[in-house]
Design a protein around this ligand. Structure first.
Ligand SMILES: Cc1cc2nc3c(=O)[nH]c(=O)nc-3n(C[C@H](O)[C@H](O)[C@H](O)COP(=O)(O)OP(=O)(O)OC[C@H]3O[C@@H](n4cnc5c(N)ncnc54)[C@H](O)[C@@H]3O)c2cc1C
Length: 420
């Protein structure tokens, strides 16, 4: 079959990979000059199935309202005159209860663990070893008595989701991770999640792009998707800035832009951006401590990952539109958190500051598979777990395009739940 993949983020390129492997003739359309130039560029690097879960959780509404009045809060809400934003918020509010949280988390867990296994076997099979991958788990760190209590409760829930974990008292944290300045950061307890890994999604996607180019996948960069041509209930072509492309199937992996391309087709995709920031700081090799696991600082909601000879710290959640303007206060907060845990060995002369938009669904799980339009498939709405989930969701979507039954159950993962 001839298949066109729209979007060359980590989701689009992994989709193209599995489709090419299935023997299809594949083309990828991307508006930038290279792959992984938007949200897949500077994320925290966490491949964290243990963490995969919805943003819509019990207690989130009051947390967001409380933080609205703080100047340097990790969560911010900026209301807009946008029906799309308010529709999303209403749906999100409906998901912020214990019952829906559990259901949505189970759905995301199903994909996330499968996805990490898919990523590992892809990297092994293709010899992709140049994306700073390492499987050293996550250390989830708590400071205040409230966070500690929350952590102990969360640990019990991890059992229900089948996630391996170990509780660490303060004196055990440094034995576990000698380079980490946990004491000066006033850490009072931690959960170690050994099933998690870290890696650079930008480097991975770049490597995959080179591999696919060598295998004959047509990469149409600098080309903007403008709309679709239909015939009856079928999509027959995509219109782009470089002309019209016909195909048997189209997979939409356009991150935050996906809703705009679907609206003219009468499909209301509930994906809205949640802005975040990251800094990447090179390590000065001689004095840098060897901190291996990803660190999740619960207090500041910041994740810190070691990516080769760099430290990446990312966090913050701003619900307020599509702007990518940089907020220097957020950069300073990220740097302060990194310094607390890794006080020596940072080369602060070359900090890269980045902002990105997580493509969030109101309930949390991504939206995968066919739509009401024959020939149009979705791989969208990966939210804050897109690097973790990309290989698994792309394997699933490639299976569906090829008419094969995916290896994991699709309940709660397709567009059916949003009548797409
Ligand atoms: C601060 C931050 C930290 C994060 N940390 C993690 C983490 O630790 N672990 C994790 O798993 N996930 C993390 N994420 C989430 C993850 O980065 C995203 O879920 C993932 O990158 C989404 O990938 P994507 O391919 O769907 O979107 P994108 O990477 O945005 O790709 C979409 C592509 O479509 C292209 N496109 C859009 N419109 C058009 C058009 N009209 N024509 C042509 N091309 C178009 C874009 O240019 C882009 O290249 C984080 C996100 C942020 C912002």
């Amino acid at each position: 079959m001839k298949v066109v993949v729209l979007g060359a983020g980590v989701v689009g390129m992994t989709t193209a990979y599995y489709l090419e492997r299935d023997g299809h003739e594949v083309a990828v359309v991307e508006r930038h000059a290279r792959a992984a130039n938007e949200t897949s560029y500077g994320n925290a690097g966490g491949l964290c199935p243990s963490f995969a879960g919805p943003w819509a959780a019990p207690g989130m509404v009051s947390k967001v309202l409380r933080m609205m009045w703080q100047s340097h809060a990790p969560i911010r809400f900026r209301p807009r005159w946008s029906a799309h934003q308010w529709r999303w918020i209403v749906r999100w509010l409906g998901e912020c209860n214990a019952q829906n949280f559990r259901r949505n988390k189970l759905r995301m867990q199903r994909v996330a663990h499968y996805s990490l296994a898919c990523l590992r076997s892809l990297a092994e099979r293709e010899g992709l070893h140049d994306f700073d991958f390492h499987a050293d788990g996550t250390l989830w760190l708590f400071r205040t008595p409230q966070e500690l209590a929350h952590g102990r409760l969360a640990a019990l829930a991890l059992d229900e989701f089948g996630v391996p974990w170990r509780w660490l008292e303060p004196h055990e944290i440094n034995a576990h991770q000698p380079g980490l300045a946990a004491r000066s950061a006033a850490i009072t307890g931690a959960i170690f999640l050994p099933a998690d890994a870290s890696g650079d999604s930008h480097l991975f996607t770049q490597s995959l792009t080179r591999l696919l180019s060598a295998r004959g996948v047509k990469l149409r960069f600098n080309t903007t998707v403008e709309g679709f041509d239909t015939e009856g209930d079928r999509i027959i072509a995509v219109r782009t800035s470089a002309g019209r492309l016909t195909a048997d199937a189209f997979v939409l992996a356009l991150g935050n832009q996906a809703p705009f391309l679907l609206r003219p087709l009468g499909l209301n995709l509930p994906v809205y951006p949640l802005k975040g920031y990251s800094i990447t700081v090179p390590l000065a090799s001689s004095t840098a401590p060897d901190v291996r696991p990803a660190l999740m600082d619960e207090h500041n909601k910041v994740m810190i990952s070691r990516l080769g000879s760099r430290i990446r710290a990312a966090g913050m959640a701003e619900l307020g539109g599509y702007g990518l303007d940089a907020d220097v206060a957020q950069r300073d907060l990220l740097l302060r958190v990194v310094r607390e845990f890794i006080p020596t060995g940072l080369d602060e002369r070359q900090i890269e500051f980045w902002a990105g938009l997580r493509p969030m669904t109101p309930d949390g799980p991504p939206i995968l598979g066919p739509t009401r339009w024959r020939g149009l498939f979705l791989n969208a709405g990966h939210g804050s777990n897109g690097w973790t989930q990309a290989c698994g969701t792309s394997r699933i979507v490639a299976d569906l395009v090829s008419g094969r039954r995916p290896e994991v159950g699709l309940e709660g993962l397709t567009g059916e739940r949003y009548k797409l």
